[in-house]
Write a protein that binds this ligand. Sequence first.
Ligand SMILES: [Zn+2]
Ligand SMILES: [Zn+2]
Length: 140
Amino acid sequence: MGLENCANCGQLFVKNSIRDICENCYREEEAAFEKVNVFLKKRENRTASMVQIINETGVEEALILKFIKKGRIRLVQFPNLAYPCEKCGRPIKTGKICETCMKELRTDLDSFEKERARQAEIAEREKTYFTMDETARRKK
Ligand SMILES: [Zn+2]
Ligand SMILES: [Zn+2]
């Protein structure tokens, strides 16, 4: 426990482990979540888009995205809802990045591994040359 600045409004507050925002902001956030939740619970709103939710509830997009990322709003139930991939901004429904970026990341990792193996091989070869050199010199 210690004093910290609220991540939302910047006011000093006593931090506890689960929140990074002050009591006031927390209450506001909960009220906003309730609004979104009530809106989304209605059957006719299942197909709502992000813009519709923002317009209907008055809750800002950043906050709605926060709820989604925390898993408080489950996107599987809502065909028209998505949030941006952290790398390219393409709309996704699960995880942090889209499938394309995931594949790219894997390829990057692969080539990184290959490059490292190549470097190690070169280093190994140089070491051998050096040793041969040394032996040759000593023989003279
Ligand atoms: Zn605050
Ligand atoms: Zn992406």
